[in-house]
Ligand binder design. Structure first.
Ligand SMILES: [Zn+2]
Ligand SMILES: [Zn+2]
Length: 535
């Protein structure tokens, strides 16, 4: 049996693992790469997936970093079943339509830009709405705890991962040559005591474990602290008559924030005259799916739902249309605005940031993971200004980073979850984490347990011996693309020198022409400032 790591290898996004047995070739997850431009280029490389030869997909949960490339697979020849839990099936359909919409809008922008530059406008989106719609009919819904057999010699069982609604840990039993091997894919493992979902299931047996490591080097603060911090942000901006902007993922985080506001409201910590806007059509639809699958929520929430609705507030307003969204920015006074995307790299949130980042007294509250290369990460890391819609916006608002709302287990919870595995010869592969973080987690695991730990690289292929050992490791050394900074800097220096030499010529131009040239040079200067501010 062979496994190929196509994603989330030494990085957080792009989860996808291909498994080849003698009888079948299938994949666990099909995530999109998000973040730095160099990493996102991998989204275009369908060849390595060979979608026409994937028999079926098993999806751990609906997040785009686990599902986002499914439309591309269907477009390029995949036509088998996609197995997922019921809520995951419903959530991934709306998330993929939203993602396709973003891709299409971006393609229009890029083509317009190319036309303006006199180039052919031939950029086509990663996938279209039509491609995303083609995924839905292939989804086969399954429930937790029941096993099914998608191919000869393969049995699969979903267990509650406690991450987001419907998220699963996947147990895969493979029978080959008379022996049985068990693979466990953790998917994203939830933080215990989350507001809406159960704690992650305990798994005791595995030969090979593929475990996420997003927060492998740190722990989250407690739930009470997070709630208090949210109250502090509200108080800070309410007393200054400004807005609180919360970039939040449409699924789970938004609902958890609504639930938190409900709790603050019942403690009298949410001003009654403070409107709360849920400004994301996707989040509004996702909230409906949460109500539809009550049996997938945790016991406390199910009980509460019998008499009350923790996802509703008296002052909550939904804004579905663009006009409603724009009206929020025209409105004066304090308000809470929850909008997507959670990492501020797409969607309506960018408008709210542009209108509020520069306002002293406003708050930006980050409540989720911020991937490297995203505007959200730069703000959390202390950027003084940020570029939104080709405009520099200074940051005068107060930035709050509340990591206690995380849907991921922190380091100690990951180690504790591992402690339930009985097979001391189990081999662990760490995935879904930044490399430096993974190395720290690997150290912590080795210090505490006897398990062998490996951190696979992008495109690495590993032979798994039936039983519990790795037969041979084929390390496809994938050199990181080299970035030739020296040439770029030499080039820049030479150009500045050239312009310096023709200064006299510039001075002879008309005033209007001179101001235009000055504007262009200032633009270059701003780009260099931006480089500076990122370091
Ligand atoms: Zn996730
Ligand atoms: Zn993930």
């Amino acid at each position: 049996m062979k496994i190929i790591f196509l994603g989330a290898a030494r990085t957080v996004t792009g989860s996808c693992y291909i498994i080849e047995t003698g009888k079948t070739r299938f994949a666990v997850d099909c995530g999109m790469y998000q973040g730095a431009a160099e990493i996102e280029k991998r989204n275009w490389d369908v060849g390595v997936y060979d979608p026409a030869h994937i028999d079926f997909f098993i999806i751990t949960h609906a997040h785009i970093d686990h599902t986002g490339l499914l439309p591309r697979m269907v477009k390029n020849g995949f036509h088998g079943p996609i197995y997922a839990t019921e809520p995951t099936g419903d959530l991934l359909k709306i998330l993929l339509l939203d993602s396709a919409h973003i891709q299409e809008v971006e393609a229009v922008w890029k083509n317009k830009k190319m036309q303006r530059n006199g180039k052919a406008a031939d950029f086509s989106p990663l996938y279209t709405l039509k491609d995303a719609e083609a995924v839905g009919p292939l989804v086969m819904a399954k429930t937790y705890d029941y096993s099914f057999s998608p191919a000869p010699g393969v049995d699969v069982r979903f267990q509650d991962a406690g991450h987001i609604l419907g998220a699963a840990i996947v147990e895969i039993f493979i029978r080959e040559n008379g022996t049985s091997t068990k693979l466990v894919f953790s998917g994203d493992i939830g933080r215990r005591h989350q507001l809406l979902v159960e704690d992650p299931s305990i798994i005791r047996e595995a030969d090979f474990l593929f475990m996420e490591s997003t927060y492998g080097n740190r722990n989250h603060r407690g739930e009470k602290d997070s709630l208090n911090e949210l109250a502090k942000a509200i108080d800070y901006s309410y007393s200054r008559g400004e807005k609180i902007i919360i970039p939040a993922f449409a699924v789970e985080r938004t609902q958890e924030i609504l639930y938190s506001l409900y709790l603050l409201n019942s403690e009298g910590k949410l001003p009654k005259d403070m409107p709360v806007f849920l400004d994301s059509p996707l989040a509004i639809r996702a909230t409906e799916i949460f109500r539809r699958y009550r049996s997938y929520l945790d016991g406390d929430t199910q009980n509460l739902l019998k008499n009350d609705d923790p996802l509703h507030l008296p002052q909550l307003e939904f804004s579905s249309t663009t006009e409603q969204s724009m009206r929020i920015n025209e409105m004066r006074g304090s308000a809470i605005v929850i909008s997507a995307s959670g990492m501020a790299n797409a969607g309506r949130i960018r408008h709210h940031l542009r209108h509020n980042l520069w306002r002293p007294g406003a708050s930006i509250v980050f409540v989720g993971f911020q991937a490297e290369g995203t505007p959200g990460r730069r703000m959390v890391d202390g950027a003084r200004k940020i570029r939104i819609f080709n405009e520099d916006v200074v940051i005068k608002a107060k930035i709050f980073t509340i990591n206690g709302f995380s849907a991921h287990a922190g380091r100690d919870q990951l180690l504790e979850w591992l402690g339930h595995f009985q097979n001391k010869k189990m081999q662990i592969f760490l995935v879904h984490g930044e490399f430096a973080v993974q190395q720290q987690l690997a150290e912590a695991i080795r210090a505490k347990y006897d398990f062998a730990v490996d951190i696979p690289e992008y495109l690495e292929e590993i032979q798994l011996k039936t039983g519990a050992e790795i037969e041979a490791i084929i390390k496809h050394e994938v050199p990181e693309p080299q970035i030739d900074l020296d040439t770029t800097l030499d080039d820049l220096r030479a150009k500045i020198e050239r312009i310096n030499n023709i200064k006299q010529k510039i001075q002879k131009l008309s005033f209007a022409q001179k101001t235009e040239i000055q504007e262009l040079l200032k633009e270059a200067d701003r780009s260099i400032d931006e480089v500076d501010s990122r370091l």
